[in-house]
Design a protein around this ligand. Sequence first.
Ligand SMILES: NC(=O)c1ccc[n+]([C@@H]2O[C@H](COP(=O)([O-])OP(=O)(O)OC[C@H]3O[C@@H](n4cnc5c(N)ncnc54)[C@H](O)[C@@H]3O)[C@@H](O)[C@H]2O)c1
Length: 253
Amino acid sequence: MFGAGSVGPGWGNGKATAVLFAREGAHVACVDVNEAAARETADIIAKEGGRASAHVCDATNSAAVAALVQEVISAHGRIDVLHNNVGYASMGGPIELDEATWQRSLDLNVTTCFLAAKHVLPHMLARKSGAIINVSSVAAIRYTGYPYPAYYAAKAAVNNFTMGLALQYARDGIRVNAIMPGLMNTPLIHQQISGQYASADEMVAARDAASPTGKMGTAWDIAHAALFLASDEAGYITGVALAVDGGLTCRAA
Ligand SMILES: NC(=O)c1ccc[n+]([C@@H]2O[C@H](COP(=O)([O-])OP(=O)(O)OC[C@H]3O[C@@H](n4cnc5c(N)ncnc54)[C@H](O)[C@@H]3O)[C@@H](O)[C@H]2O)c1
């Protein structure tokens, strides 16, 4: 699980998914660029009696991802589920963003999925078994109201990367799906989105009001979707980009 920590206090999508996977019996390799964040998630799992290990790794660094995958394979012999949760929304269009920030947005959102797949797929192929989940966003297919074209572009790439992998490996026992969170109430929005509003309270109220259900979703909504896609019950599901958005993407305006 890449991006298993949380950027702030509370439940992020990655942290909740890691904990839910462990509750279902998985040994979760909690990988994060931030050691304390990885450790926090692994500690929550351990306190619940689950199995987890904490690993520091920059998911944009191919050599680091390769070494991490080898470490996990050496310790556990196999990887059943690869969950790519790392992502970042950089506000600003082509005029405001410099080239490095544009590239960083692509790297964090989609190169992370590519690198993790690059190093994990050979092990899944050898066993003809595996499930890969890439965390995308409704921003992959809709304008969400925020001026972050690099994020729209990067998440659209996540969806189509998912589709391409799913079909390439459909006969190899490997399923590849994406999740598109909608308006979620996670610590991330306080770091990456709140600057678009006068205050955090205003952001929460506006995002609740913008959700068709009248409330943002939570990290647990994403975690339960991920658990299903990772499970054998989703055995005939591959190549989908599942919106978990309270109906947001059904709405015309
Ligand atoms: N919260 C929302 O409203 C929302 C909506 C749509 C999509 N998403 C997507 O959900 C995902 C994140 O959800 P979250 O709530 O877990 O976010 P989060 O930012 O709290 O957690 C992500 C974790 O990834 C780690 N990370 C960042 N860069 C990394 C790197 N280079 N290598 C390894 N780890 C790295 C961070 O340290 C953090 O602990 C992203 O892909 C985001 O685009 C979120």
